[in-house]
Design a protein around this ligand. Structure first.
Ligand SMILES: CC(C)(COP(=O)(O)OP(=O)(O)OC[C@H]1O[C@@H](n2cnc3c(N)ncnc32)[C@H](O)[C@@H]1OP(=O)(O)O)[C@@H](O)C(=O)NCCC(=O)NCCS
Length: 234
């Protein structure tokens, strides 16, 4: 199985029939990982498909293989490429990479001035985002749109996010800024991530332990840790 076995395209209205399967897979995968997820309904996903704001992938035999969609926040100043999912039987073939590339291009085309961001706990997504030019940032650099943060309410870690006054949580925040064009830094970060995946995993374990332990007033420690992480990879 390789990437040439798949078709990755902007989803068309007739693909709305896959909305239910997509949502089921999102929920199943979140359960299997035991991690948090912002829940989506089939109607919401179908809406994204109708609006031309999503990318869908199929195996060449016609089986649904993957999905991702665009969300906009702060009146279009921020864009998130959310809900990335690859069917378990098609993983590790480079499909998430191809889907993210396509949705990134679509986002740049539709919202050329927007900052593109993501929150993730996964190394795979961090690698892909870095390749696309995203950099790790603090939560304060993300959209402050209440509607975005409401999406976290259905995540198992929501209590932690609230306890940390929305300044930190289990996810790592990453951002692509079209104005700053810090692509060289992001490229370097991507290379380091590839060279030292174990180091990153260790960092994530330390960060998550600290996030759980830290009292709300002890924000300095977490901030230094994030800075250390950013410096470590630069
Ligand atoms: C995360 C997910 C989308 C990855 O899909 P995929 O098609 O297997 O990913 P790719 O094959 O494109 O791999 C991308 C990179 O991540 C790496 N990778 C893939 N799965 C990984 C994993 N579980 N752990 C660590 N690295 C992983 C790949 O080796 C590849 O790295 P490389 O570019 O250095 O070769 C898929 O596992 C999934 O749908 N998981 C459940 C939903 C989810 O976690 N979504 C993300 C929410 S933020």
């Amino acid at each position: 199985m390789n990437i040439n076995d798949f078709i990755v395209q902007v989803a068309l209205p007739e693909h709305r029939v896959f909305a239910e399967e997509i949502c089921e897979e999102m929920a199943e995968s979140a359960k299997a990982r035991g991690t948090g997820i912002a829940k989506r309904s089939p109607e919401y996903v179908a809406g994204k498909i109708s609006d031309g704001k999503s990318v869908i992938a199929f195996h060449k035999d016609g089986t649904w293989a993957g999905f991702c969609y665009i969300e906009t926040w702060s009146h279009g100043q921020f864009v998130a490429n959310s809900g990335l999912i690859v069917s378990p039987k098609f993983r590790k073939a480079g499909l998430a990479h191809a889907i993210k590339e396509k949705i990134f291009d679509l986002s740049r085309q539709k919202y050329p001035k927007a900052k593109i961001f993501g929150l993730t706990t996964g190394l795979a997504v961090m690698k892909i985002n870095s390749d696309l030019g995203y950099e790790p940032v603090t939560y304060s650099e993300l959209t402050q749109d209440e509607e975005f943060w409401k999406g976290c309410q259905s995540c198992v870690n929501f209590e932690i996010l609230t306890m940390k006054e929305r300044k930190n949580c289990m996810c790592t925040a990453m951002l692509y800024d079209p104005v700053e064009q810090k692509h060289d830094v992001a490229k370097k970060f991507a290379e380091e991530l590839n060279k030292k995946p174990k180091l990153y995993e260790r960092f994530m374990r330390i960060k998550q332990r600290l996030v759980l332990k830290a009292k709300p007033q002890n924000k300095g420690g977490l901030k230094s840790l994030l800075l250390m992480f950013t410096v470590l990879f630069k």
